[in-house]
Design a binder for this molecule. Structure first.
Ligand code: PDD
Length: 286
């Protein structure tokens, strides 16, 4: 069965979906997006993802085309129309297609709403067991990294630099401080204390980041939310990345050097377990 997507209110096979080349998403990367994991046909933290989408749209001065209930209904309808039990829902809203190219926002143009589903590709068990390699890179993105916009060229360049170096992620440093990964948030552990940078305009407020902080609180795992110096990153006992698709993934090599003893550490192992337990509860309870 081919994937079904939603484009401007119609469900159709993904291969048949078409948008105008004048769409501002295509011309300017002028849009907002979300990636929502779905486990056993239940969207994970849907309202939080839709809340973040609303924040991004408001900051982009792009009117939210749907209220919360309509979004919830559309996401659920798309999940039903696709074959997989576990899915990754991608949704984006762009400012739509005007008749001419103009940087300033056009009046009276209808936003384009696109949503698609893919099979959720989870991290292979062997990779979770061994951890992954990362590089560090200078964070040369703009100063609104808190917005989840489709203008991702800097993130793509950074992620691609990691892949070219045989790594999974680029961990970003700005002015001597850790910000986040090219498509993930970063946590470190030193002397048993989990630490992550505070939300700011320099990083995306991750949904998984929030879950990890909640789990640390619930299970009594010591943690701090504060700025992290480059030196602290480099001398950390553990480093992990978090995202909707990677969940909690240990980074065991940084710039070709082992992190700690080069294996996922005890705090990462506990957190991965708590995360899986939490997911199971959500899948049972909705
Ligand atoms: N990216 N930081 C950046 C720059 C990201 O792109 C992402 C996620 C995260 C983690 O956010 P969350 O936990 O809400 O997934 C942090 C998604 C998965 C993507 O662009 O595919």
């Amino acid at each position: 069965m081919s994937a079904i997507c939603l484009l401007d209110g119609s469900f159709l096979p993904l291969a048949e979906a078409r948008v105008s080349p004048m769409d501002r998403g295509f011309l300017f990367g002028d849009g907002a997006y979300e990636v929502i994991p779905v486990y056993s046909r239940r969207p994970f933290r849907l309202d939080e993802h839709l809340g973040r989408l609303a924040n991004t749209l408001a900051a982009l001065e792009l009117e939210n085309p749907h209220d919360l209930a309509t979004w919830q209904g559309l996401v659920k309808a798309l999940i039903e129309r696709n074959a997989w039990e576990d899915q990754s829902i991608y949704l984006q809203v762009t400012r739509g297609a005007d008749s001419r190219r103009n940087h300033a926002f056009p009046e009276g143009v209808r936003p384009t709403v696109f949503m698609m589903s893919e099979a959720l590709v989870t991290v292979p068990e062997a990779q979770r067991e061994s951890g992954v390699a990362a590089i560090t890179a200078a964070d040369f993105r703009w100063l609104r990294c808190d917005l989840k916009t489709t203008a991702l060229l800097a993130n793509c360049l950074l992620r691609n630099a990691a892949v070219k170096a045989g790594c999974v992620e680029a961990i970003l440093l700005r002015d001597g401080f850790l910000t986040e990964g090219s498509a993930s948030n970063i946590f470190i552990v030193r002397d048993g204390v989990m630490t992550t940078p505070p939300k700011s305009h320099l990083m995306l407020p991750g949904i998984t980041y929030d879950v990890v902080l909640e789990l640390a609180e619930a299970y009594g795992q010591p943690f701090m939310v504060r700025e992290i110096l480059e030196d602290e990153l480099r001398s950390a006992d553990e480093i992990w990345m978090t995202s909707s698709t990677k969940e909690v993934l240990p980074v065991t090599r940084l710039d070709d050097r082992p992190v700690g003893d080069g294996r996922p550490g005890p705090v990462a192992r506990r957190m991965m377990g708590w995360y899986q337990d939490y997911k199971t509860k959500v899948m049972r309870g909705g």
